[in-house]
Every structure is written in C-alpha cells, then in structure tokens.
Design a protein around this ligand. Structure first.
Ligand code: FAD
Ligand code: SF4
Ligand code: SF4
Ligand code: SF4
Length: 346
C-alpha cells in the first residue's frame, strides 16, 4: 500500500527527482535507471499496520515543507578558495570542497557525502580522507541518488556527517533527521532546476526538474550558489546558528579570498522560483479524510471509509500519514486496525 502510494503520488506523476532517500530507507526499494522500484517485499502489502517510511521521507510528497517566506540569513558572504587544486575543477569559488576538506582535516566530521562524476553523470561518493576531497569539486546537473549513501553510511558507522545537496534533497534529509533524532551538517546548493538525462538508445533527452519553489535550500545550515557573486566566486549564506559557527570558523582559518556579495540577486532568484506552481502532489483522499474528521469530530477508519466510499486500507494508510504529520490523533487502539478511532488535532 505504502510503496504504491509513493509510486502513485510521486513516481508515476514524474515528480521524483531521484534523491535516493526512499531507497536508503528501505531495503525493498532499488534505484533502477534512476527510478525507485520495489524489488523486495513491502511489509504493508503483507498485512503490517505501520510503516510508510518511504512516503514519509520523500521530499516530493511533502511540498508543504517549503516555507512561504525565507528567513533573513545569519550571514552572507562571497568567497573564492585559496586552494588552487580545488579551484581547477570547482564550479565557482570552490567553497563546498574547501569547506569539506577543512572539516575533515580538523576532525569536525568523520565523513562527507557528496557527488563526483561527469557533468550529467553524477556518482555519489562518501569521503573520509581529506586527500580524497578534491574529486568532489564541480557541479553535476543531474539527479544523483546521493542520499541513499548518506542513510546507509549513517546506519553503518553512526559517524558525524556533512552532506551537500539540492533544496529538495535537504528537505528530505531534515525529515529523516527528525525521525531519528540526529543532526547532519547540511550544505545546500541554490537550485533553479535540475536536468534528467534519458537515453533510449537512439536519442538522448534532457528534461528539466522544476518541481519545487525552494531556490535557497531553506533546510540547509549553509547554502551557496553563483547568484550574487562575480565569476569565480561563490555566494554563501548561513541559515542556522550551527551553519554560522562553521562558516565563521572556516573564514577565520583564512581559507578564502572575500569578494562582494549581492544578496538581492539571491532573493530575486528565490522570488522568481516561488512564482512557479509548486509540485502538485495531489492528496484529495487525505484532504477529504481530514475534512470529514473535522465535520464529525471523531470516527473510526471503517466509518470514514464508508462515508467517503473509499477502500478502508487506503483510508487507514492516509490516517497513519496524518498521524505522523501530527494532524490527527488516535483515540482508541483496538486490535483491528480498521476499527481505530480518530479525531482531528486542535
Ligand atoms: C542541479 C543544480 C542546479 C543549480 N542551480 C543553480 C542556480 O540556478 N543558481 C545558482 O546560483 N547556483 C546553482 N547551483 C549551484 C552552483 O552550480 C554550484 O554548485 C555552487 O555555486 C557551489 O559552487 P562551488 O564552486 O562553491 O562548489 P564546489 O567546490 O565546486 O563543490 C560543489 C559540491 O557540490 C556537490 N554536487 C555537485 N553536483 C551535485 C548534485 N547534482 N547534487 C548534489 N550535490 C552535488 C559536489 O559533491 C561538491 O561537493 C546549482 C547546482 C546544482 C547541482
Ligand atoms: S511502506 Fe515500508 S516496507 Fe513498504 S516500501 Fe515503503 S518503506 Fe518499504
Ligand atoms: S524519496 Fe527521492 S528518490 Fe524516492 S521517490 Fe521521493 S524524490 Fe524520488
Ligand atoms: S527544482 Fe531543484 S530543488 Fe526543486 S525539486 Fe527540482 S531539483 Fe529539487
């Protein structure tokens, strides 16, 4: 049921941007040609009551996570790395790679999770040695599945990690952090869109992903891009206290030349992107369930299913998601899941 929901509401609608979070979270899901595919057994199909992790972690299933307004950053700066080896292959000012090298050399993190490979053929990479960091430098404009590796590495090592990702990817990472009660240092990349490359043997097609309204990566600790800086520099913004402390430390270490940042260019790009119609992950049944509960006060899964003429297992699933989101509460918990009684939270 649950993977079916992810498939129905995200993958089949073409909204999946290939972050790999669902793949990392469930061993039954595999990325096949850039598409998350159920290759094992989904426990909800075998009669279990509670799961839905793949749907819950998916950033594209939760467009409501993007705030209507972005908060003022705690710091804005334009930088260019002093490390010539990094600059050779960096996308702009080499900020991300230089920061990662610094964090590993200092022992502030045990590993960083990023992306290497060709411009349109990204390959996820987990780096534990500062000497291996330069191969991360540069931007790859294609979905990478990198977050599968973040989840697996954290599960295997429980180490202190830093990760770089697109706004959507970091939205999913922040959901995962909340669920596990952990904290990863999140470095965001500004994103107007990403390109998906498909090849049917005859033609290669590039399709842009424009399925969100977040340009700055609102869930990052630090975010960066070329907007607002002159050529060869990266505009860097600190969005959390943790991000500001890390940025201050890196600037204090004298790793960068400082340029002039024009933050109005960043807000202009954010405003342009915010005008887009957000990803239309329609959830009509879930919305109908919520409004039914608000009308009647409380009801069981079966009662709601009957009133809405919907399959009880679908209603049950949506109620579990609403519960995970804190929108509904469980009143009684009898052994039959479809007899659960629910009410809308205040
Ligand atoms: C798809 C995409 C769209 C972007 N769109 C914009 C834009 O519209 N405006 C703007 O100002 N900036 C945009 N950027 C950011 C910009 O291209 C640079 O990545 C950013 O300025 C950092 O440059 P740098 O020289 O400091 O980083 P570098 O030191 O060169 O390091 C880049 C880091 O990004 C990581 N990385 C590369 N590709 C990916 C990927 N596909 N997914 C996740 N991590 C990756 C690498 O692992 C590396 O750690 C975009 C980036 C991407 C990936
Ligand atoms: S609902 Fe759970 S078991 Fe089923 S595919 Fe999703 S994460 Fe895996
Ligand atoms: S979690 Fe990521 S890879 Fe999985 S369906 Fe959602 S966007 Fe696609
Ligand atoms: S527009 Fe960029 S940040 Fe938004 S979903 Fe697509 S790749 Fe992710």
């Amino acid at each position: 049921m649950s993977f079916d929901l992810l498939k129905e509401q995200v993958i089949d609608r073409g909204l999946c941007e290939g972050c790999g979070l669902c793949v990392g979270t469930c061993k039954s899901i595999t990325m096949k040609d850039g598409v998350p595919t159920l290759t094992g057994k989904c426990i909800l199909r075998r009669g279990a009551d509670h799961c839905g992790r793949c749907f819950d972690i998916c950033p594209q299933a939760h467009p409501e996570q993007v705030p209507a307004e972005i908060e003022e950053p705690l710091a804005v700066v334009s930088v260019r790395s002093k490390d010539e080896a990094i600059l050779e292959s960096a996308s702009n000012g080499g900020f991300v790679t230089t920061l990662f090298k610094f964090l590993l050399e200092n022992g502030d993190v045990d590993a960083v999770v990023g992306v290497t490979g060709e411009k349109y053929s990204p390959e996820p990479m987990v780096v534990e040695k500062a000497d291996d960091i330069p191969s991360l430098a540069g931007t790859r404009y294609s979905p990478s599945g990198v977050m599968e590796h973040l989840i697996r590495h954290q599960r295997d090592t429980r180490g202190r990690l830093a990760v770089v990702g697109l706004p959507c990817e970091l939205r999913g990472v922040s959901r995962w952090e909340e669920t596990l009660g952990i904290s990863v240092l999140k470095i965001g990349l500004f994103c107007s869109n990403n390109m998906r490359k498909t090849d049917d043997g005859k033609t290669t097609k590039m399709t842009p992903c424009e399925y969100c309204t977040d340009f700055v990566a609102t869930h990052a600790d630090i975010s960066c891009g070329f907007a607002g800086s002159k050529k060869g520099y990266t505009t860097v913004i600190a969005l959390t206290e943790r991000g500001k402390a890390v940025l201050d430390q890196a600037l204090g270490a004298g790793l960068f030349e400082i340029g002039e940042a024009d933050y109005s260019r960043v807000t202009a790009s954010q405003a342009r992107k915010a005008k887009r119609t957000p990803a239309e992950v329609k959830r009509p049944l879930r919305e109908r369930i919520a409004s039914e509960l608000s009308a009647v006060g409380e009801a069981t899964t079966v009662e709601i299913a009957q009133r809405l003429e919907a399959p009880p297992e679908k209603v049950h699933y949506h109620l579990l998601v609403l519960q995970q989101e804190g929108a509904v509460e469980l009143l009684e918990d009898p052994s039959d899941p479809y007899r659960l009684a629910w009410s809308l939270k205040e």
